[in-house]
Write a protein of this length. Structure first.
Length: 393
């Protein structure tokens, strides 16, 4: 008896079985109802294309800031300046010019000479006959990364300097300063968010759990902090700061102040949630079991809306970065030699820069990208963490 090859059987170890659409849909439903809260948030977040793109941009910027000492070719402080190329235009690597093409990217060297047209003052010009080839993993200045000392840089040139974003009026490399500025602004934002996060959980948790007189007293403090204007506060503080304060001390001082005035919003959200959840059955069961207030708040109430706390932290980051940038921009925050986005924006306020040195605005693009990435990621996480939000199937 022969078997028709066009007839598919339903038994046998070597017979492929086509899974029906009903089985696939049933499996998807089972995975949905058995998934954890984190898996559900990630599944909803992945469907938001703008949030995913912003997440990639944000992760790239964070990595650029963390590995800034390795990615930047030179020291961003005055020690790494190029005195022969002040206010220099960006040097874009190229492969071809009028003399021919090269398999390796190269830039042109610069030369300084005195000119009769400028009353024998030094004039910097590009020497198109001087090719300087780009090299990767070159040895440079000592730097520390994750507590270890290194000398290897990602790229450099065989002779002289390379300035992808140009230089400022002192000859410091703007590319190196931008990468270190991203790290500084993120560090200030992180420290400020952590301080505000702890204060918000403690004050909001106590107010929401106990209620009554304690809640009223803590809400008076919360409202008082919310009404304090940030700019006049920093102007008053700046007037009393000693001029001999180091850059590191100023850095931590600014971070602490930002954290101390940034907690009321999250504290109110924590309080509102605990006022609703404190009378639920699982909370009453924990109390009857002998659990104290701190245990109930830490182990039962706060974990019930962990996703919202994470979302609020992400959304708070751009406001911390904006605050640091604004304060440094008006001269009340960080100052040279610290490299932050606000410090670098100070150099763009003159008309001379706007007319002649447009590359000073390159860090502004990174600042906009950083803030917008945080905003889109925060919005995406907020929508993904909403259990009542509509999802597209």
């Amino acid at each position: 008896m022969t078997t028709d090859p066009q007839v598919s059987g339903t038994t046998g170890p070597h017979v492929s079985i086509v899974e029906t659409e009903d089985a696939v849909e049933r499996r998807a439903r089972e995975a949905y109802f058995t998934a954890s809260q984190g898996q559900l948030i990630w599944a909803r977040f992945r469907k938001n294309r703008s949030a995913m793109i912003a997440g990639i941009v944000l992760l790239t910027l964070i990595l650029m800031g963390v590995f800034a000492p390795f990615l930047s070719p030179y020291d961003p402080t005055i020690a790494g300046r190029n005195a022969d190329y002040t206010n220099g235009a960006p040097q874009i690597p190229r492969f071809c010019d009028e003399a021919g093409c090269s398999a390796r990217p190269f830039i042109y060297g610069v030369k300084r000479e005195r000119s009769l047209a400028t009353n024998f003052r030094w004039v910097t010009s590009v020497d198109t006959e001087d090719r300087r080839y780009v090299q990767f993993f070159v040895e440079g200045d000592h730097y520390k990364l994750f507590g270890m000392t290194f000398t290897t840089k990602l790229f450099g040139v065989d002779e002289g300097f390379i300035h992808l974003f140009g230089t400022d009026d002192t000859g410091k490399d703007i590319f190196s300063r931008t990468l270190h500025a991203i790290y500084t602004s993120l560090a200030v934002g992180t420290l400020g968010v952590l301080i505000s996060f702890v204060l918000a959980l403690v004050i909001g948790g106590v107010a929401g759990y106990f209620g009554g007189v304690i809640d009223g007293f803590l809400q008076m403090i919360t409202d008082a902090v919310r009404t304090v204007p940030a700019i006049p506060l920093f102007m008053a503080i700046a007037a009393f700061l000693p001029p001999e304060m180091s850059s590191e001390q100023r850095f931590f001082f600014i971070s602490i102040i930002l954290g101390l005035i940034g907690w009321p919003t999250l504290a109110r959200r924590v309080r509102t949630h605990l006022l609703v959840e404190r009378n639920q059955e699982y909370v009453l069961a924990a109390k009857l079991s002998g659990a104290g207030p701190s245990h109930v708040i830490r182990k039962h109430l706060l974990p019930s809306f962990t996703s919202y706390i994470i979302v609020d932290l992400v959304i708070s980051f751009p406001y911390m970065v904006l605050s640091e940038t604004a304060l440094s921009f008006i001269g009340l925050g960080l100052k040279d030699p610290v490299n932050s986005l606000g410090v670098m924006l100070q150099n763009t306020t003159s008309a001379d820069v706007l007319l002649n040195y447009q590359w000073y605005f390159i860090p502004v693009l990174f600042f906009i990208a950083l803030v917008m990435a945080f905003v889109f990621v925060g919005d995406g996480l907020r929508d993904a963490a909403d259990p009542y939000g509509s999802t597209k199937k």
